[in-house]
Design a protein around this ligand. Structure first.
Ligand SMILES: Nc1ncnc2c1ncn2[C@@H]1O[C@H](COP(=O)(O)OP(=O)(O)O)[C@@H](O)[C@H]1O
Ligand SMILES: [Mg+2]
Length: 397
């Protein structure tokens, strides 16, 4: 993907961060191939991230995934300049955050982005409503307006009725809903979420992931989401960057990471993931022969069938929606008759975004490839028994 700086919402360009007394010296050493452990032993410098480049597109959930200590928090804190890079550049909407004046930086942090933290970071002595309204009141918005907006976001995250509770009266999951509502209340373009769901129990975490995806469907925020949990990364991320020891190992969609791991490290990482729960119908469907119903004549159909030795033809409306399938009978005269009558069969169809786990059974039980359609009903392809089967088994052929 060739994008210019301005097309990315957030662009991180060759960013390195070294903690310690002589960061530049450490960078030189790492460039010359010295290991991070050695650098730490010799110089007392800790390499947090090294030469990271990535671009986050407007409206996407970009996940930064890596084990504890891999540099995730260090990296994300560069975006709002809580950390300044040892070398490299950070651009938000094409603007170099290192060039912002103090006033610009304050404005930028207050209006353009919000953070959601792992430990919620709520004000313990304030009620939910005040916690959510906090960022707005800091901005100097009138009390009534603050409360109205806070109320709206409290409802959006499913906390109606809890406005007057104190954080300690809420479960972890509910506290993080407050954290999310608070972050959204200031209407930032960018959400920075550092292990926001990592402290939650698995079931609650699942709910929160679901909620975030649902909210994002209408909000289209640019979200940088950090996690050490691969399944969470694969579920939430439009794209994922995998960090190891402060360096990016791979950037890709969940499908690219599962189907084309960049190296042995990532391969090992993804080995135990339930792929059927992550991969979508769109990633395993095949192209199949189609024909427009409006162009269906005995001749055109015969030609199509003979040329491809087809067992069926997927018939489309002029706008690309699936009309049905045509299953050619055996003999010429039967084909002629059937074509004349436009005898289309209806097959069940699969949504292009459905995960394989949900739809495999349909494809496995069907003697013909099951059609795949997108949201507006347009035909995209079809999934055969063998495609469904090979998606379900773990090892690559
Ligand atoms: N302020 C700091 N001073 C020294 N070392 C730090 C500091 N912050 C982070 N590090 C080190 O940088 C590396 C990356 O840390 P961090 O970004 O917190 O990782 P993650 O968020 O992926 O767990 C770790 O080795 C950590 O010890
Ligand atoms: Mg961290």
């Amino acid at each position: 993907m060739n994008m210019t700086v301005a097309e990315y919402k957030v662009q991180i360009s060759n960013v390195s961060k070294v903690f310690g007394p002589k960061p530049m010296e450490a960078l030189k050493l790492i460039k010359s191939g010295t290991s991070k452990e050695e650098i730490q032993k010799k110089t007392g410098n800790i390499v947090g991230v090294y030469d990271v480049s990535l671009g986050v597109l407007p409206g996407e959930i970009f996940v930064i995934m890596g084990l504890s200590g891999s540099g995730k928090s260090t990296l994300i804190r560069h975006v709002n300049r809580l950390i300044e890079p040892t070398s490299g550049n950070i651009f938000v909407d094409g603007v170099d955050v290192m060039r912002m004046s103090n006033d610009e930086l304050r404005e930028f942090r207050r209006h353009r982005l919000s953070m959601v933290f792992q430990r919620f970071g709520l004000l313990p002595h304030r009620q939910v409503l005040d916690n959510v309204a906090y960022g707005l009141s800091v901005r100097g918005l009138a009390r009534k307006q603050c409360e109205e907006r806070a109320q709206h976001w409290i409802e959006q995250v499913g906390l109606l009725g809890f406005e007057n509770c104190y954080p300690s009266e809420l479960s972890g999951g509910m506290q993080q809903r407050v954290g999310l509502a608070r972050a959204l209340a200031t209407d930032p373009d960018i959400l920075l979420m550092d292990e926001a769901f990592s402290a939650l129990d698995p079931l609650i975490r699942n709910d929160m992931q679901q909620q975030l995806l649902e909210l994002q469907r209408t909000l289209h925020k640019t979200i940088l989401f950090i996690t050490h949990d691969l399944e969470e990364a694969l579920r939430l991320g439009d794209r994922i960057a995998i960090l190891k020891d402060g360096e990016v190992k791979q950037i890709g969609t969940p499908e690219q990471i599962l189907l084309k791991p960049a190296d042995k490290y990532i391969e090992r990482f993804v080995r135990d993931v339930n792929r059927a729960r992550i991969l979508t119908a769109g990633s395993i469907m095949d192209a199949v022969p189609t024909m427009k119903v409006s162009e269906l004549t005995t001749k055109s159909l015969r030609e199509k069938i003979n040329a491809n030795e087809l067992k069926l033809v997927y018939m489309l409306e002029d706008d690309g929606r699936l009309a049905g399938v045509f299953i050619p009978p055996n003999t010429k005269s039967e084909i002629t008759a059937a074509a004349a009558k436009r005898n289309l069969c209806k097959l069940p169809h699969i949504d292009v975004d459905a995960v394989i786990e949900e739809v495999a059974i349909l494809a496995l039980n069907s003697s013909v490839p099951i059609p795949v359609v997108c949201e507006n009903g347009k035909f995209k392809g079809a999934i055969s028994q063998s495609a469904a089967m090979s998606a379900l088994v773990r090892s690559k052929v």
